[in-house]
Design a protein around this ligand. Sequence first.
Ligand code: PEP
Ligand code: MN
Length: 370
Amino acid sequence: MILILGSNVDEQSAEYKQLLVHLATLQGIQTRVHIERGSEQSLTEIYLIGNTKALDLADMQTLPCVERVVRVSEEYRVLGRHKDEQRETHFEYNGVRFGQDTLHVFAGLCAVDNREHVEIMMKAVRDSGQVCTRMGAYKPRTSPYAFQGHGKNCLPYVFELAGKYDIKVIAMEITHESHLNEILEALHQTGNPTGVMLQIGTRNTQNFELLKIVGRQTEMPILLKRGFGITLDESLNAAEYLASEGNRKVIFGLRGMKTNMGDPHRNFIDFAHVPVVKRLTRMPVCIDPSHSVGSRATDPDGILDMMHVTAQGVLAGANMVLVDFHPQPPKALVDGPQAMLLSELPYFLEDVQIAREAYLKRVALRRCQG
Ligand code: PEP
Ligand code: MN
């Protein structure tokens, strides 16, 4: 059960203290307070955990400070959609709104290789009117002998250049808790010129200790990739780990599933699950055409498979596209063969726009049906 309090509740007020005292008297019920501090108002929610079936909804509604009471199903308590509730399906970070109703393209480098390529990439992103990008500094690789990313050494120039080109949010994978501090330190040292969306990759979807640590910081949003060999339910529970620790600025990333039945694509495309995740949870949903398709194969019309699956995901309501580009793919240190060319960026964005408009038309058509 969730008690949603009126906005801007004063934690020092007598009413609030009275509420907490009352909740403490409930047998077998534990409470967890979550405060979401926005620029204009703060929202307080109190999660009641335990035998909440015994509690009467109407009684709880009359408690001091309580505006609304939501009875939640056991699943995905924080991030799930529950019966009759109207909790937010969006959040804001560094001036950018991410929601189940928005769409952002994060075109960028799979892995940062050098300053020059970062600058060329960011300039192209800015010139095409975008404010988000992807930049991999910590790369989890199959082979221990493969390039592992430049790590913290590249962060200062990546962040400075992001500031120079008005990039507001960089999606960046982290694989260890120490990376979190390195990112925060580099952002601080460079004067916070940009924002970072922490990415948990598919190999770490169920790294619960990492999830807990990342979830405890509530400043930066998190892109959680679906685990490539586990059920959707298991991956959604992984997202819930982040939220249960306090961070609910979570985006769920579909990136394909590992199985030979997906051949000839690198992974079996799972973008049909975009509406499923939006139905089950309040998370915006990201699709990653690069890591799911993994090649520049095209159809007889010359359209890349990556662009087809992007269009399919966007047509189904995706809210974010994470996609690998590179100024010189043959020179890329990671995933060159699947990188799109910078000259293709405006074309890619236009193609995405066609699919987005078609999606919005589909929503409008459905609304007309009453
Ligand atoms: C990536 O986005 O760079 C990446 C490694 O993705 P995934 O974790 O989905 O393989
Ligand atoms: Mn990659």
